[in-house]
Design a protein around this ligand. Structure first.
Ligand code: FE2
Length: 257
């Protein structure tokens, strides 16, 4: 009988403690009200991005970050312009201080730089390549070029479609971070070529040297947010935003040189 009493007392104790714990949990289980309006990330403005003092400044974007969507999203454009391009520009300015290249144009820097100095090679390339890239794309663009460039592309490749296929093929065969270019070579001919990292056809080590008139950025930061591993889809989308008017102007300037 004594054992039974002890068992009953223990049972009552367990029931009492469980009840207390439940009360305690209820008291501290405060509900957090959900926001009535979903917060959205605020997108910046290209004009607010400024490089540090130095030889070079960012090329101004003539359109908003989200103007190329859905081909290239606002998020990709914002990080590409305000982070990557800005960093190359600041690092280039820093690397050039006190060197014989400090007061030259970017084209002269690229032609003269010592490729064994990565700080200058990578950042001079990064600055020039992105400056051209952002000018080669625009909203309400794509389609086909007109005037002299259209004629020259047909002369060189047989048709605009053939050019498109050749350019996309060059992009498809790239491995890793690289750029694909349409250039006017030293003989005044149009050529498609590519370079690794931030090199470009103005550098002395380029396989095909020439003046770039169209630049395609194949670094992951240019497309991964939008297309992940599907780089081909990004290359297709790039053709929807090529600013052929600007590329045509680049061509006419390049052949005068
Ligand atoms: Fe880039």
């Amino acid at each position: 009988m004594k054992k039974l009493n002890i068992l009953l007392i223990n049972l009552l104790l367990v029931v009492f403690l469980t009840s207390c714990n439940k009360k305690k949990l209820t008291e501290y289980n405060v509900e957090v009200p959900l926001p009535e309006v979903q917060e959205k990330a605020v997108m910046g403005i290209p004009d607010d991005v400024t490089a540090n003092d130095g030889s070079f400044q960012l090329e101004k974007l003539t359109y908003s970050y989200d103007a190329l969507a859905p081909n290239i999203s606002g998020s990709t454009m914002e990080s590409h312009y305000s982070k990557h391009y800005l960093t190359y520009t600041n690092n280039l300015n820093k690397a050039l201080v006190g060197t014989p290249l400090e007061n030259l144009t970017i084209e002269e820097v690229l032609e003269k730089l010592d490729t064994s100095i990565p700080e200058i090679r990578n950042n001079a390339g990064g600055y020039y390549n992105h400056t051209l890239f952002f000018k080669c794309i625009a909203p309400n663009s794509g389609g086909e070029p007109k005037n002299i460039l259209a004629e020259e592309l047909i002369k060189k490749f047989g048709s605009f479609d053939n050019f498109t296929t050749a350019f996309k093929d060059e992009a498809t065969k790239q491995f890793g971070s690289s750029w694909v270019w349409l250039v006017v070579d030293k003989s005044g001919n149009l050529q498609i070529t590519s370079t690794q990292n931030q090199d470009n056809p103005l550098m002395r080590n380029a396989l095909i040297q020439g003046t770039p008139i169209l630049a395609l950025d194949l670094w992951e930061h240019a497309y991964y947010l939008d297309y992940q591993y599907k780089r081909k889809n990004y290359v297709d989308a790039f053709f929807n935003v090529i600013n052929w008017k600007k590329v045509g102007e680049n061509y006419e300037e390049a052949v005068k040189k």
